[in-house]
Design a protein around this ligand. Structure first.
Ligand SMILES: Cc1ncc(COP(=O)(O)O)c(C=O)c1O
Length: 380
C-alpha cells in the first residue's frame, strides 16, 4: 500500500465555482475575493478580513499594520514554520525565539516571560498542528507588557478554543489556505481582525500599494463614470507588494469553506482512531495531548518516538509517507545568529513524526498505519 501524507480534498463544488469564474473571465482580484472575505469574516466571527496569496504574506502584512520602529523585537516560538520568523525580518524587526512546552510543543509561557525585554513589541503564538497555544496566559502577559498579539493560524482554520474561534483571540489572526492545510485555495491566506482601522490600509499593501482595486475602477467606469476622463487613476502612497488573493483561488475557498467544519470533524475522527490504535504501544506516544470534543481543528496527527529516524525508515519501506514538523528555526543556518537556547525545542523535535491524516484517508489506510506501528513497537 502507498499512503500519501497530505492531500487536498477537492471535487465538483470547487470545479463548479472555478467554471463560474472562467465564464465571467475575471480571474484576478475581483468580486469573488470580496465575497470570500465577507463569508470568512462571518464564519470566524471577526469584523474584517483581507484575502492574500499566502499566510506568509498575511504574517508579513500583519506586522506591517503596526508600523513598529526598525530593530524592535518580536517573540516567536522556536518550533514553527520559517514564515513565522521571516515575517519579522521582512519588517526590519528582530525575531526572539521562545522555547516550547515539552508536552504541548507550543510556546512556553515561562520562557516567554524570560525572553521578553523592553524592546519587544509583539508576540506571534503559533497553534502548532492545530493544538491551541495557551491564549489566556499569553494574552494576560501581552496586555501587561503592551505587546501586540498576532496569531499564526496556518494550521487551525475553523478551530475553536474555549468556545471562541482561533484567530479572534489576538489583535490579528493569520490563516493559510496552502494546498495541504485544513482547507485550501491552492495557495492563499487571510488576515482577520476586529480592528477595521488597523487592517484596512493592508488592502493597499497587498495590491502593490494601489489605493483602489481594478475591479471597482472597471465597474465604476462601466456603470456611471462614462464622462470621467480620470476613471483609470490611482495613487501609490505606500510601498506595497503583489500579495493579493485572486478570484480563482477565492472560488476554491468559497467551496472549501462550506466543507470546513465537516473536514475538521473528519480529521478529529481520524485522530480518535489513531489514538485508540496506539494507546497500548510502549515506544510511541501522540505528539500532542489531543482534545477531541469541542470543534478543534487539528491539521495533522503526529507521534513521538525516541528511535524516530529508525521508525521513519521503517514507515518509508511500508509505503507510509511521513514528515517532521518542525526542525526548530534557530537550528537553520540562516537563523544561527538568533539562536538563544530553546533547549526543549532542540530536544523534542528529534522524536516527532507526522503521519497521514488527510480527510480522504480510508479506514483501511488508517488500519494499515496502525498495524505497521504496532508491529514496529512489538520489535522494540
Ligand atoms: C506555522 C506556519 N505559519 C505560516 C505558514 C505559511 O503558510 P503559507 O504556505 O500559506 O505561506 C505555514 C506553512 O506551512 C506554517 O506552517
Amino acid at each position: 500500500m502507498k499512503i500519501r501524507l497530505f492531500k487536498p480534498s477537492v471535487g465538483q463544488e470547487e470545479l463548479d465555482n472555478i467554471k463560474a469564474v472562467l465564464d465571467r473571465a475575471w480571474l484576478g482580484l475581483g468580486p469573488n475575493v470580496t465575497k470570500f472575505e465577507d463569508e470568512w469574516t462571518k464564519y470566524i466571527g471577526c469584523k474584517s478580513s483581507i484575502g492574500v496569496n499566502s499566510a506568509t504574506a498575511a504574517l508579513h502584512l500583519a506586522l506591517t499594520a503596526f508600523n513598529f520602529p526598525k530593530g524592535k523585537k518580536v517573540l516567536v516560538p522556536a518550533i514553527t514554520f520559517v514564515a513565522t520568523a521571516t515575517a519579522v525580518l521582512y519588517n526590519n524587526l528582530e525575531p526572539v525565539f521562545v522555547d516550547v512546552n515539552e508536552d504541548t510543543a507550543s510556546m512556553d509561557i515561562h520562557d516567554l516571560e524570560k525572553k521578553y525585554d523592553k524592546d519587544c513589541v509583539a508576540v506571534i503564538p503559533v497553534h502548532n498542528g492545530g493544538y491551541p497555544a495557551d491564549m489566556e496566559r499569553i494574552l494576560e502577559f501581552a496586555r501587561m507588557k503592551n505587546l501586540k498579539v498576532i496569531e499564526d493560524c496556518a494550521h487551525c482554520a475553523g478551530g475553536d478554543y474555549h468556545g471562541k474561534k482561533l484567530g479572534t483571540w489576538g489583535d490579528i489572526g493569520c490563516f493559510s489556505f496552502e494546498e495541504k492545510k485544513c482547507m485550501t485555495t491552492g495557495d492563499g491566506g487571510m488576515i482577520c481582525s476586529d480592528d477595521i482601522e488597523l487592517i484596512e490600509p493592508l488592502k493597499a499593501y497587498r495590491w502593490v500599494g494601489i489605493d483602489k482595486d481594478t475591479w471597482r475602477r472597471a465597474k465604476k467606469t462601466n456603470e456611471n463614470a462614462l464622462d470621467d476622463p480620470m476613471h483609470w487613476h490611482y495613487e501609490i502612497s505606500v510601498l506595497g507588494y503583489k500579495y493579493n488573493m485572486n478570484d480563482l483561488a477565492a472560488a476554491i475557498g468559497l467551496a472549501q469553506l462550506k466543507k470546513l467544519d465537516a473536514m475538521n470533524a473528519k480529521r478529529r475522527a481520524i485522530i480518535r482512531k489513531y489514538l485508540l490504535g496506539i494507546k497500548d504501544l510502549k515506544s510511541i506516544t501522540p505528539i500532542f495531548p489531543y482534545q477531541l470534543d469541542n470543534n478543534e481543528a487539528y491539521w495533522y496527527f503526529g507521534i513521538r518516538c525516541d528511535k524516530r529516524d529508525e521508525l521513519i525508515v521503517y514507515l518509508n519501506n511500508k509505503g507510509i509517507s511521513n514528515g517532521v514538523h518542525f526542525y526548530p528555526i534557530p537550528m537553520h543556518p540562516y537563523f544561527h545568529k538568533y539562536d538563544n537556547g530553546c533547549e526543549v525545542s532542540k530536544k523534542i523535535w528529534k522524536t516527532f513524526i507526522t503521519l497521514p491524516s488527510h480527510v480522504d484517508l480510508t479506514n483501511e489506510e488508517i488500519d494499515y498505519v496502525i498495524s505497521a506501528l504496532t508491529e514496529w513497537d512489538r520489535l522494540q
